[in-house]
Design a protein around this ligand. Structure first.
Ligand code: HH2
Length: 267
């Protein structure tokens, strides 16, 4: 299998398909498997390089769901979108295993392999791609007064450690991408600093994924309820700072904006 940077050259758009009743921005919208599958197909047509299917909300305050419930949500969707490039947003080995059998090629774990001791082995055995994301605390607690000394170097240090763990468990380094986890235990200023100083994370030598789409920092910065323009602005800026995979809810406007940003950058 080719390296993740060859498979997802910058800029690559990852379209979000949340099969949950309670996600923070699109909860309930794709809860029906036919609707979720149609949304995934449309995202691929609009230029998404991959669609990220998730059955567990990680919004601030959320408690988590069982593997059975998560499987019941995502499997009917994955069965309907065979042949599309798929990422599975899960922290559970059982969910990842079944999703990889159903054609997923990337495991997106917001806990960076801390939640389930078997997940690293599942990813390694399948030779799947892996996204390791930083989160301070858990979704239940993460927005309770998050504090850092130097947010950019602490996040990079954490991800360096999780990458070493993944590699020790048999995941090939060239399959791994890193994500500072915008909004996961961060204030608005922390999120902005992480993008401004993305070079600190890029210094680890792995591609960086950013998910700024529709996050509450954008609402705080703009005062708007419609976060589309704010999301596109954040994604383009993240790309200009070196992020190559952009996780977004509104695929077409991001694909268009990033195509122009890439052309202007001479990429
Ligand atoms: N953000 C969310 C979920 N998964 N994965 C990565 N790698 N990076 C992110 O920034 C990220 C993520 C939260 O967004 P969303 O999926 O829209 O909401 P919810 O977790 O409530 O389903």
């Amino acid at each position: 299998m080719i390296s993740i940077e060859e498979r997802f050259p910058g800029p690559s758009v990852m379209g979000v398909v949340n099969v949950t009743p309670d996600s923070f921005s699109d909860g309930g919208v794709h809860f029906d498997p036919d609707v979720a599958a149609a949304a995934a197909r449309r995202m691929a047509e609009e230029g998404a390089a991959i669609v990220d299917v998730g059955g567990e909300s990680t919004r601030p305050g959320s408690a988590g769901v069982s593997a059975e419930e998560e499987l019941a949500r995502v499997v009917p969707v994955l069965e309907r979108i065979q042949g599309l490039p798929v990422s599975i947003d899960t922290s559970k080995a059982e969910v990842a295993r079944r999703s990889l059998e159903l054609g997923a090629e990337l495991v997106n774990d917001v806990t960076a392999l801390r939640a389930d001791p078997e997940l690293a082995g599942v990813v390694a055995d399948a030779g799947a791609y892996l996204c390791l994301m930083h989160m301070l605390g858990t979704p239940r607690t993460m927005q309770d007064d998050p504090r850092y000394g130097d947010v950019a170097s602490e996040v990079a240090g954490f991800l360096e450690g999780r990458m070493a763990y993944a590699i020790a468990e048999g995941v090939r380094e060239e399959r791994i991408c890193l994500d500072p986890g915008i909004g996961f235990g961060k204030t608005v200023e922390h999120n902005l600093e992480l993008i401004r100083r993305l070079d600190v994370l890029l210094a680890l030598g792995r591609p960086v994924l950013i998910g700024f789409s529709r996050k509450s920092s954008l609402r705080r910065l703009t005062g708007s309820e419609d976060l589309l323009a704010a999301s596109v602005g954040a994604a383009v800026t993240a790309f200009e700072h070196g992020a190559t995979i952009l996780r977004v809810h509104d695929v077409k406007p991001h694909v268009d904006a990033l195509a122009v940003a890439a052309a202007l950058a001479g990429a």
